[in-house]
Design a protein around this ligand. Structure first.
Ligand code: ZN
Length: 387
């Protein structure tokens, strides 16, 4: 028995007005200081007050939020007693809000104990509404929660199906202020979700179409959104793509690029989308011959020419490198600015972190630790080695 889970998705340039129709008494807004500065928090509060809902703001979510931040948020939530929880921000904010919401519902369970095999039970105290301000993680549509385990210098993946938000407000006007670098990084995250979701061992009929559509949207609209942040059509399409890819991959899971990306981010604080995006072509090369027909299907869907007798995987990997280069994203670990000394000193940790990551379970060709080390070394400078 398998499940497909998804929030109610409200999309388009006026999606935020859905907040004005919500029913409830009080809302706890989880966000970060930048969202306050951009005036986005006021925009949300205004809609809530139109619905007669009072609100309070927790703006202390850092990027790559820690277990400590979640604990703090949950305890403030418990004091306030909201019947609505709003997450306003990027993946970090939304993941933190999901974990805080779980802590609020179930104070007997610690955030690090939330896992896909232990149901939390239904959300009884407050609905969770996510409003993404980046077009990337798709966290508004997923139950996954990535938190930093500070003491162990690693990112941990937590969550279970009950952590899925109730409502996702996919309003592209919140994404307009993303600078080009953030647009590029987060866009590469969308592509990685969609490609990994389409090729993981848990792929299924329900997630396939979503993943393929998101791949097409990224190839078509990411360069435009990068070039002109106020290209509303491109922004809207990328905002949709992020959510669509989120709904896709969370129901089929990701793979090696995410395991490696989480690992790199845990050690070197490389932004999530940049890290997974740079590992994506290497992942495709590594998995390559396994499920060859899937790489061909992706190539076909974005009109890539695969000459007769040639394999689609390396051609797709090159096309992704071309896209990444076009939006000025690094193509190797070295290009992110990590010196070879730092890299070599951390290789053991990088391999260990990746080997512990759940995403390896759903990788079509899961590497052993020796292969994982080779993988990282290849991705360090892109100088080909034999897998
Ligand atoms: Zn991701």
């Amino acid at each position: 028995m398998w499940y497909f889970v998804s929030p109610q998705v409200v999309y388009g340039q006026d999606a935020v007005t859905r907040l004005g129709q919500l029913e409830g008494k009080s809302a706890f807004i989880v966000t970060d200081a930048n969202m306050v500065k951009l005036g986005f928090v006021d925009k949300v509060k205004e809609q809530l007050s139109q619905a007669g809902i009072k609100s309070t703001v927790f703006d202390g979510v850092e990027s790559d939020p820690s277990l400590e931040t979640v604990k703090k948020g949950s305890s403030q939530m418990s004091q306030y007693g909201p019947d609505l929880i709003m997450a306003l921000g990027g993946g970090s904010v939304m993941d933190a809000a999901k974990a805080m919401s779980a802590g609020y519902e179930r104070p007997d369970i610690k955030a690090e104990e939330i896992n896909p095999f232990t149901p939390l039970g239904p959300r009884k105290k407050a609905k969770l509404v996510c409003i993404p301000t980046t077009s990337g993680t798709g966290a508004e549509a997923t139950w996954g929660i990535v938190l930093t385990v500070t003491a162990e210098q690693r990112k941990g993946s937590f969550g279970c199906r009950e952590c899925t938000p109730d409502i996702a407000i996919v309003d592209p006007t919140f994404a307009l202020e993303m600078p080009p670098g953030l647009t590029a990084q987060t866009g590469m995250d969308v592509l990685t979700h969609a490609i990994e979701g389409f090729t993981s061992t848990w792929k299924n009929d329900f997630s396939d179409g979503l993943c393929l559509k998101a791949i097409q949207l990224v190839f078509q609209y990411l360069p435009r959104a990068f070039k002109d942040g106020h290209d509303m059509e491109a922004r809207e399409k990328m905002h949709n793509a992020a959510c669509i890819a989120g709904m896709g991959f969370i129901n089929s899971m990701c793979a090696l690029a995410h395991a490696a990306g989480h690992s790199l981010g845990g050690v070197f604080h490389t932004p999530h989308g940049r890290a997974v995006g740079l590992f994506l072509p290497y992942t495709i090369e590594f998995i390559g011959d396994v499920r060859e027909e899937l790489w061909a299907e992706i190539a076909y869907s974005i009109k890539l020419k695969v000459p007769k007798g040639k394999k689609a995987a390396p051609i797709l990997a090159d096309a992704i490198r071309g896209l990444a280069r076009g939006v000025k994203e690094p193509l190797s670990i070295k290009e992110t600015g990590i010196s070879s000394d730092s890299f070599n000193n951390s290789i053991e940790k990088l391999v260990d972190n990746a080997m512990m990551d759940f995403q390896l379970v759903t990788t079509a060709r899961a590497p052993n630790s020796e292969e994982t080390e080779k993988f990282f070394r290849y991705a360090y400078d892109g100088k080909s080695i034999d897998f």
